[in-house]
Design a protein around this ligand. Structure first.
Ligand SMILES: *[C@@H]1O[C@H](CO)[C@@H](O)[C@H](O)[C@H]1NC(C)=O
Length: 490
């Protein structure tokens, strides 16, 4: 009976120990660091085929083309009469807009608060449970101790009887003695040790929680003030930014768009100045304030901050955001769409790439990218791949025809099905990875530009990279992607 009990107890201690060893800092179970491959040499935009691997190129689907839904722009956009009623969209203070579709308004700190609160929710019950387990263990060890004391008495008793009864009882007594010694050893040495370890683990976790609580309180204070970033909804809204432009919305700022009549409107930033305006911002990086290493669902729905008001009374400054693959897909499938990708290095130099055809298929096909008709100064990375590579090595960096990949959903061309070969895990963001990239606009944000593979999490060029302009080891200061319905020029 005592043996069985002991075994059970040991199992219990073992279980509790493994439980306690989990690192709560890594609760997000993001990409586990994989050792950088030995052949990690410049450039790392692609992963050269290693022995035993095959690279199978895919044919790209044609993008939606044609003259477009929009006719050539009238010479002057009508101004004055707003076309739609102003919708009341009150801020409720705090971090999230009262209307859910309006998204998060506060600066990134509040995102942290949300993340921390979420984490706290997960950790607290676990720690409480752990504490109960440790307490129970101490309790149990006490009762076992009592049991052993009783046993010791009994052994002494038995010895006396044994002396009287001779051989008859001696076998039984021997067994009892062995068992006694074993259990006593456990009580005196093993249990206290295990409990000490558990208490140490518990202490550590408590420490962490205290730190998290402090951070949360700090954030709570920050977010207690009603959000300064509140965007008055402009009077003009429309199907997209081109529609808004034609209705007289000629200022670059945050607008509400509704591509289809029965759809819930959502916020976007419209650039109404650059290259004749009408551009709907779908991606924006400019200061590293938003984390782009996100899951499939985040990229599907969109994330980040649409726009800020820096003192003009309306939200004329774009934030960092990803519009969301579902929205991008919907907008680009409604008709021929063009895309403008603008970027800036850390000295202020600017280049751009423009494609007159840009289509993103829906989620069932993993948002396949189809792009064509390049012009610009940044280099035709999407269609031609990285100029510094040759043959198959270059083919592997072409983005046209690729499906979208995130670290939790691998659709790239790098040994499909091999979980250790996932571009998105190594290169920092969600993207139309091949094997792997020549452009990485959603990569990690590095302050200052130049970075090295030793700074990169996986030794790969995971920065905000546009290889045909700055190579693999330069992370851009800013990059943005804007779309507009294609219409023939006058
Ligand atoms: C492709 O890359 C590998 C590794 O960097 C290199 O050994 C090979 O020569 C390259 N192939 C071509 C055609 O450049």
């Amino acid at each position: 009976m005592s043996m069985k009990f002991l075994l059970l107890l040991c199992l219990c201690v073992g279980g509790a120990l493994t439980h306690g060893n989990e690192d709560y800092d890594d609760y997000d179970a993001e990409a586990k660091p994989t050792p950088a491959p030995k052949e990690a040499i410049d450039p790392r935009g692609h992963r050269p085929v290693s022995r035993g691997e095959v690279y199978i190129p895919v044919a790209a689907p044609p993008p939606v083309s044609g003259r477009g839904r929009y006719r050539t722009r009238p010479t002057t956009a009508p101004t004055g009469q707003p076309q739609e009623e102003k919708e009341e969209q009150p801020d409720h203070g705090g971090c999230v807009h009262a209307s859910e579709t309006m998204g998060v308004l506060c600066p990134t700190g509040c995102e942290l608060k949300t993340a921390l609160l979420k984490q706290e929710r997960n950790v607290k019950p676990t720690v409480a449970q752990l504490k109960r387990e440790v307490d129970a263990l101490s309790q149990t060890s006490n009762s076992v101790y009592r049991y052993v004391t009783d046993m010791t008495t009994e052994v002494t008793e038995r010895q006396k009887i044994s002396d009287g009864n001779g051989q008859m009882v001696s076998q039984y007594t021997d067994d009892l003695e062995v068992q006694h010694a074993f259990v006593k050893e456990a009580i005196d040495v093993t249990f206290p040790q295990n409990i000490k370890i558990l208490q140490g683990v518990l202490e550590k976790i408590r420490d962490k929680i205290q730190r998290i609580e402090k951070a949360i309180i700090a954030q709570r204070d920050k977010c207690a003030e009603p959000c300064k970033v509140s965007c008055p909804i402009p009077v003009v809204s429309g199907k997209d930014c081109e529609d808004i432009f034609r209705k007289g919305g000629e200022a670059s700022q945050m607008y509400l768009v509704r591509p289809e009549l029965l759809q819930t409107p959502y916020r976007v930033y419209c650039d109404q100045i650059t290259q004749d305006g009408g551009w709907l911002l779908v991606q924006s990086r400019l200061d590293g304030s938003v984390d782009f290493g996100r899951r499939w669902d985040d990229y599907k729905r969109g994330f980040g901050n649409i726009a800020f008001d820096v003192g003009k009374g309306y939200c004329e400054t774009p934030g960092e955001y990803w519009l969301g693959n579902d929205r991008i897909s919907q907008l680009t499938k409604m008709g021929p769409t063009e895309i403008l990708i603008e970027m800036q290095d850390w000295t202020g130099a600017k280049v751009y790439a423009r494609y007159q055809q840009f289509t993103v298929q829906g989620e069932p096909s993993n948002y396949i990218l189809a792009i064509d008709k390049y012009s610009g100064t940044a280099g035709n990375t999407f269609l031609e791949g990285a100029k510094e590579l040759f043959g198959q090595n270059r083919t592997m960096t072409i983005h046209n025809g690729m499906m979208f990949s995130t670290y939790d959903r691998d659709n790239d061309r790098w040994v499909p099905g091999d979980p250790s070969k996932q571009c998105s895990r190594e290169d920092g963001g969600g993207w139309w990875y091949n094997q792997c990239h020549s452009a990485n606009p959603n990569g990690r944000y590095y302050w200052g530009g130049a970075y090295t593979k030793y700074m990169a999490k996986h030794g790969t060029d995971d920065g905000v990279v546009w290889m045909n302009w700055k190579g693999s080891w330069y992370s851009l200061k800013a990059i943005s992607m804007k779309i507009r319905p294609f219409f023939a020029d006058k």
